[in-house]
Design a protein around this ligand. Structure first.
Ligand code: ZN
Length: 206
């Protein structure tokens, strides 16, 4: 089992860990700061000692770290993990922006997004139907006001379902989410609209 340090402290950029299993180009560690990739979010990058990982992958309670070429690690090795923080922070800001905006659409305009996806440079929400430009602009304006006022973004584990987590922004409806977020909306800085393609709204952060 891998201890998921990224849920305890999403700002941790370095830790020491121990190699507990080696399989081909993958290694298992007793703990990690690298969140694995999912269908809706890119995973972390960084280094194990001096070796750049090609990502990480979750399997049951374990997080495997992918070593792109020659795998120098052995079971029992003590290693240092260093997160690519610039990349991670940007993803956390985009991800949090998406939650905030979805919350505004839902609670102020009764428009509930059916999907949200975070990419390395932008993020998008998908609705059941096309939203008018006027509502989009108003929603982004409101979300940017929340950012300026410095509202908190909180996450917590579900009490009954193991491994299942929630994210709540302001008094907007909580959203089930296993991703990583900034603690305060101020860190998002500003949401900007990239484009609208039918039901899909793509945003970025400044
Ligand atoms: Zn989230």
């Amino acid at each position: 089992m891998t201890e998921l340090i990224y849920y305890q402290d999403q700002y941790k950029t370095e830790i020491e860990a121990k190699v507990t299993k080696v399989e081909g180009n993958k290694i298992l560690l007793d703990k990690t700061i690298f969140i694995p990739q999912t269908n809706t979010e890119p995973g972390d990058f960084g280094k194990v000692n001096d070796v750049k990982i090609a990502g990480s992958k979750k399997e049951a309670d374990n997080v495997w770290h992918i070593i792109p070429q020659y795998n120098p690690f052995k079971v029992g090795d003590k290693v240092k993990l260093t997160l690519d923080w610039k990349y991670r922070l940007n993803i956390m800001r985009l991800h949090s922006a998406l939650h905030l905006l979805a919350g505004v659409f839902d609670s102020k305009f009764k428009e509930r997004a059916v999907a949200g996806v975070v990419k390395p440079k932008n993020a998008y929400l998908v609705f059941k139907h096309e939203i008018s430009d006027e509502i989009i602009n108003q929603a982004i304006e409101r979300a940017n006001m929340d950012i300026k006022s410095g509202i908190e973004i909180k996450t917590y584990p579900d009490k009954k379902r193991k491994g299942f987590r929630w994210c709540v922004v302001k008094d907007y409806p909580p959203i089930p989410c296993g991703g990583l977020h900034v603690k305060n909306a101020k860190e998002i800085e500003e949401i900007v609209l990239i484009n609208k393609e039918g039901e899909k709204i793509t945003i970025a952060v400044k």
